[in-house]
Design a protein around this ligand. Structure first.
Ligand code: HEM
Length: 470
């Protein structure tokens, strides 16, 4: 594959090159444009603040990025003939009844139960602010709200969600999600020149993060899998709207996923019969990694703690593993979260041929307080603002969510679903093969969807065109 140069000055930041763990705070501001002129005026004022993917020096105190649902583009009076050039799943949105059924967004997570402000039609723009410090975030938030009220009618804040990193590692390289697992580790390596080297998804040929190929090697993923206007893994340009929207844009999935930490902890304790070592083993079998991030495929037995090194090299190392040597899942269950979400070479003997077109770049952040005792129900709301980027929501996020997490067929698991992500089911099972096979059952809801949407995150030239009236 030819390594291409991505137009960093036009691409919005945090898509290919991660802002990184120094930005410990974020605000997701969901806005509703109701009047095209108000929307364009606001966007015109804001566009100069939008952070591109260009390298910075020094690091800014805060960054701002902006994305639109299909309704949002319509609210800016983008003509139908232009909207028609967007993919169908984006135009329909995340909360249609049929899509919800396929994605497993049913029961307590059904669109009609989503939080006010996060339901289909309640918002049509997402502004994401990332900041190094909480007080800087608060200042920027106030400025954003003041600006929205200055514009007046035709523009309103629909919902806001603050989020912050949970990190207890000495160098801040490893962050956690609320169940206590290291998160944000595995990201695709991208075959593009000029990406910010601090990025986890970067130009470096990091073994374990690209596509597994023959002779135990790994190939970086083509940038067109994530950014419109560049060749994808099929060697062609991904389906995209007309220019200028089709250049340096990406599609974004946002899901507010509430995590029921006490329920997860109590379930594990009960299943392990009070044996703390078995409890940790079952947790690792459900996710595919131990809580410190070490994959079962590298360490079938609990790794020694604390991790000796917490640096980029050791993070690179813990992403370098495959599944083909473990065809029936005795080491890492076929239904473990990370094995479902990126089966790597599990569909052997095709190496990464069947998985390379279903990768996502994850950029989510936890929200809500860390529980004082994970086994005690404190009735606080907490979870993950799940965010991912891709060139095709249907081929990437939806295949992972619908076919790999919300179904077991692809792995020979029948109707077994992702045990950590799926809704409550008295018959829900997770099979854990081994000398002493185990079956976890019934499946409580550990995670509940509270709202979100499918968005388009345009390049900067496209943003200026939208503000001017396309
Ligand atoms: C609250 C919900 C979720 C939790 C607690 C969670 C937790 C985790 C953890 C602990 C990891 C391993 C660490 C890492 O590589 O970053 C991981 C990896 C991953 N997750 Fe999730 N996740 C959640 C939702 C999702 C969703 C909705 C998707 C997509 C449909 C997803 C896709 C992935 C992918 C693609 C990986 C990387 C797998 C790899 O490349 O090895 N996750 N997740």
């Amino acid at each position: 594959m030819r390594t291409v140069t991505v137009e960093q000055d036009d691409l919005q930041g945090n898509i290919l090159a991660a802002y990184g763990n120094d930005f410990a705070h974020a605000l997701y501001a969901f806005v509703k444009i109701e009047d095209p002129l108000a929307g364009r005026r606001w966007l015109g004022d804001l566009v100069g603040d939008v952070r591109s993917a260009e390298r910075w020096s020094p690091k800014p105190h805060q960054t701002l990025n902006i994305a639109f649902t299909a309704d949002g583009l319509q609210a800016l009076a983008v003509p139908e003939r232009v909207l028609d050039t967007f993919p169908e799943e984006f135009r329909e949105g995340m909360g249609t009844a049929e899509r919800a059924r396929r994605l497993g967004d049913t029961g307590a997570g059904a669109p009609e139960k989503w939080e006010t402000g996060l339901r289909p039609g309640h918002f049509n723009v997402l502004v994401t602010i990332s900041a190094q410090r909480a007080d800087v975030l608060e200042q920027r938030r106030k400025a954003l709200l003041a600006h929205i009220s200055t514009i007046g009618s035709g523009l309103a804040l629909a919902y806001e969600q603050p989020a912050s990193l949970i990190t207890d590692s000495p160098h801040g390289l490893i962050a956690r999600e609320h169940f206590g697992f290291a998160d944000g580790l595995a990201q695709p390596s991208i075959g593009a020149k000029g990406l910010d080297p601090r990025s986890k998804a970067g130009p470096n040929r990091r073994d374990g993060q690209g596509t597994p190929v023959k002779r135990n090697r790994w190939k970086p993923v083509a940038p067109g899998e994530f950014v419109l206007g560049y060749r994808d893994e099929n060697g062609v340009l991904p389906a995209a709207p007309v220019d200028p929207l089709g250049r340096n844009g990406s599609f974004m999935v946002v899901r507010k996923l509430e995590q029921h930490v006490a329920s997860f902890t109590r379930f594990l304790r009960k299943a392990a019969n009070g044996d703390p070592e078995l409890e940790e083993l079952l947790a690792a079998k459900i996710v595919g990694r131990w809580r410190d991030g070490t994959p079962l495929m590298q360490s079938p037995r609990r790794p020694p703690r604390p991790r000796k090194k917490d640096d980029q090299e050791s993070i690179d190392h813990i992403n370098n593993f495959r599944y083909a040597s473990d065809p029936i899942g005795r080491t890492c269950p076929l239904g473990a979260h990370i094995r479902r979400a990126n089966p790597r070479d599990a569909f052997s003997p095709w190496e990464g041929l069947l998985t390379k077109r279903h990768r996502i770049i994850r950029r989510g952040m936890p929200y809500g307080p860390v529980p004082a005792d994970p086994a005690v129900e404190d009735h606080e709301k907490r979870g993950l603002m799940f965010v991912c980027y891709q060139a095709s929501i249907a081929r990437q996020f939806e295949v992972i969510q619908e076919h790999w997490c919300n179904d077991g067929d692809a792995f020979g698991l029948g109707g077994e679903k992702d045990f950590v992500l799926s809704d409550e089911d008295p018959d829900g099972t997770m099979s854990i093969p081994g000398c002493e096979p185990r079956f976890l059952k019934p499946r409580p809801a550990f995670v509940t969807l509270r709202g979100g949407g499918y968005l388009f995150i345009p390049g900067l030239a496209a943003l200026r065109a939208l503000a001017a009236g396309i």
